[in-house]
Design a protein around this ligand. Sequence first.
Ligand SMILES: Nc1nc2c(ncn2[C@@H]2O[C@H](COP(=O)(O)OP(=O)(O)OP(=O)(O)O)[C@@H](O)[C@H]2O)c(=O)[nH]1
Ligand SMILES: [Mg+2]
Length: 362
Amino acid sequence: MGFTCGLIGLPNVGKSTLLNALSAAGAKVESYPFSTITTNIGVVDVPDERLDLLAALFPEKQKIPTQLQLLDIAGLVSGASAGEGLGNQFLAEIRTVDAILHVVRCFRDENVAHVTGELDPEGDIAIVNTELLLKDLETLQRTCATLSRQQKSGDRQIKTRFTLCQTLLETVARGSAIDIGEVDSDAEALIRELSLLTAKPVLYIANVDDNGKNEYSRRVEELGQRNGIRTITICGRIEAEIAEIAVTPLERKSYLTAWGLAESGLSQLIRASYDLLKLVTFFTIDGPEVRAWTVPQNTTAPIAAGKVHSDFANRFVQAEVMDVENLCQYKSVKTLREKGLIRRAGRDHIVQDGEIIHFICG
Ligand SMILES: Nc1nc2c(ncn2[C@@H]2O[C@H](COP(=O)(O)OP(=O)(O)OP(=O)(O)O)[C@@H](O)[C@H]2O)c(=O)[nH]1
Ligand SMILES: [Mg+2]
């Protein structure tokens, strides 16, 4: 399981509720703050219409979606970076995730305490962001101090690292998150090595009342737009209830319709997380399965082959590549072959999102 998103936010914003809605994790949900004290883990199937189309084309084969891992992390409060609440545990967990899903409370409910007293999406987001910044500040200060001592030895590499570290420290000390898209490859390596929290990709999740989008969720969206962060609006409680009572996808759909929800917010959320992680999906239709696989962007064909079977990476000779639309249109691999719609791809081929790949191994 390679890719992990972490649900973070203030206490009582609905993180565990969302995890339960997304997976059968059975996380404890309570109306008091800090009900989560140890991290809950859920595994989620990534919905994909293209896989559904392929499964319909090969009804005799088993459909296997690709998956994402989700962590539901303890809520944090102001002062977490200095150990308040479950602060340090929270921040240590965030280090391990590839992307952050920042849950923001946008629902009113007097039975559920709000840690700062009232609904304030911008303020809530700022509290969390400040704690992430303070933790990065501490990490960078500590690393800079160590490197500063070590560079006295005259080692060139250590000197370069020290300079990079200082630049990152200046950014964070100004109150700015680190933008991994803006730095060179050396700095990127250092950022990853130190697992800097503000450099991780983020998605906002506006957790709304039963009535859908509201004034608060729109404020989250506006803030997200200003910061280049995407927002997904979701009603965690309804989705969790539906997930609990609906057994089949059809049942789920009819409950969603009854609630006036066109598509599950959860599907949107999972797809958005997947985009956030810059992953691509490819499909295989060989053997008894139609299956979706996940690889990072810019993965070559032999590496992708190794994902399907560890042996394949070394034994890779070439690949045959088709498009889902073509296969759905002509309904058979044989016809695609006759029409010249199957491409041959060598070791340098970069796997593109949506390709159906047949690996030929020696
Ligand atoms: N009205 C309403 N209540 C919700 C919604 N989502 C969650 N809640 C309630 O809010 C309370 C807190 O939910 P949790 O999922 O435990 O919140 P959490 O963010 O995991 O909280 P901590 O673990 O304490 O950090 C519970 O009583 C939920 O039922 C929602 O969309 N609407
Ligand atoms: Mg919780």
